[in-house]
Ligand binder design. Structure first.
Ligand SMILES: Nc1ncnc2c1ncn2[C@@H]1O[C@H](COP(=O)(O)OP(=O)(O)OP(=O)(O)O)[C@@H](O)[C@H]1O
Ligand SMILES: Nc1ncnc2c1ncn2[C@@H]1O[C@H](COP(=O)(O)OP(=O)(O)OP(=O)(O)O)[C@@H](O)[C@H]1O
Ligand SMILES: [Mg+2]
Ligand SMILES: [Mg+2]
Lengths: 256, 256
């Protein structure tokens, strides 16, 4: 059975897409079958793995609104074992268009059910919001991986996200687990980073994953070549840290 | 008459809030009356100027949905001449709640009309999305200031934002101008930054503002003290660059 992990944080620019792409690629490098779902209208996960956003093809938008079966939208990527369910511009309208649809919060779960047995892991990259697209991802997922930058504004939003998870468990009766909080763009030279990291470890304990992702320019360069960092520069600190993070996630196993 | 400037970019973490707070504070330091509007449910602009988000008080949410007049929600800040229309958690639901309201895209414009004559400048901090909250800000604004990080994913989203502005001009007959594109977190040591900056200047010409905001840790530290950077460390590169940016915006004048 596959494990579905949503990568979510409503704070913008904390490394959600970078984490979703590179954890997905690192899992695939372990001879696993992985599907990366891009549920962000910006489509960064789509271009970050080298897929051109093409309005001729089906995308997550068409799958959510029932215009195409998921099998028509999924594409292979340059990375062996890594498939993508791409986003395109249409997704901008999805939040409003889903408002009137029956069972609007489980549209993604229903779509993924039909392909779940073909993959070991499914990772969902979320937009920087607590909107219907993110709610769909959280309702489809077994667990949520929360990337966070060690800065003040990012710290502020984390309790809001935890409240949202509690509301999902209580009102939608969906037992979503916390896969973990991962510290990203970690710059050990600054006091701010160390202080915020301390605060997070004090508050969340072992929910803060051991693997820390350092700030590494290779991680910011790789998407402009449409490659996960391990295909761009496998010896970089960025690549090594995501390989390590994937190992830590694998060690959690699939059952909660 | 006051000038209303929206600070918007659907890409997350590019420095929208940091720019909105520090341009607003720098304008206020020029003996001008400035209102900062926090239209992001995260409420970072609110806490970034030291205002506690308190569910007892009125906020932008109550103003948009007609539960309170704007005068009840606006508060003074520690900075002389700088007022704030705060956000609170309720704002998370505003996008869905506004869907059914008449003239949903001009609710903010209507509210700001009633206080516009009390301020020289009104700055609106937008969430990282092209949603109804952002549409309200763009429909209320005379111009839009677009912060952008010089990285690949940020570059990708800029054409989407420009398309949105064209759609607003065409279908809502609202002549929103581009105040400018401001390069933020600029790190001149990396090739990626210089390459993306070149691409932007080639494509957008003089719409890319002369003032560039460098990466400066003081800008990331100031919000944890609830202060604009000029109250936290006025001699820092961060403070100086925003004082310079405010001067450049003042030189544009109020008429397009
Ligand atoms: N560890 C890192 N070191 C250096 N740069 C990084 C790192 N992680 C991410 N980046 C860069 O920082 C920027 C923000 O990261 P990313 O786009 O992955 O965040 P996000 O949370 O997905 O943003 P959004 O909220 O817009 O979806 C990108 O330009 C990315 O290339
Ligand atoms: N020039 C700078 N130098 C260093 N750090 C900065 C700079 N500008 C912003 N930051 C920090 O980078 C992070 C992102 O900035 P900010 O929150 O202002 O972006 P944003 O676009 O408003 O994000 P969101 O999309 O979540 O609203 C914050 O932690 C902020 O303190
Ligand atoms: Mg992203
Ligand atoms: Mg912000």
């Amino acid at each position: 059975l596959s494990k579905i992990i949503a990568v979510s944080n409503q704070k913008g620019g904390v490394g959600k897409t970078t984490t979703a792409i590179n954890v997905a690629a690192s899992l695939a490098a372990n001879d696993l079958k992985v599907l990366l779902v891009d549920s962000d209208p910006q489509g960064n996960a789509t271009s970050g793995v080298g897929i051109r956003k093409d309005l001729e093809n089906s995308s997550l938008y068409h799958v959510l609104l029932g215009h195409a079966p998921i099998a028509d939208a999924v594409v292979a990527t340059e990375m062996e074992g890594l498939h993508l369910l791409p986003a395109d511009k249409n997704l901008v309208g999805a939040n409003l268009e889903m408002v009137g649809v029956n069972q609007r919060e489980t549209l993604l779960r229903a779509a993924l059910e039909t392909v779940r047995d073909q993959y070991d892991y499914i990772l969902i990259d979320c937009p920087p919001a607590l909107d219907l697209l993110t709610l769909n991802a959280l309702m489809a997922a077994d667990s949520v991986l929360v990337p966070i930058q060690c800065e003040f504004f990012a710290l502020e939003g984390i309790s809001e996200l935890m409240d949202t998870l509690d509301r999902i468990r209580a009102s939608f009766h969906h037992a979503i687990a916390l896969e973990g909080i991962v510290l990203t763009m970690y710059d050990e030279r600054t006091n701010l980073t160390r202080q915020v990291a301390n605060d997070l470890r004090e508050f969340f304990g072992t929910d803060v994953l051991k693997t820390v992702i350092p700030r590494s320019i290779k991680l910011a360069e790789a998407p402009s070549f449409g490659k996960p960092v391990m295909l761009y520069d496998v010896r970089s600190k960025g690549a090594e840290s995501y390989i390590q993070l994937a190992k830590e996630i694998l060690s959690h196993g699939k059952q909660e």
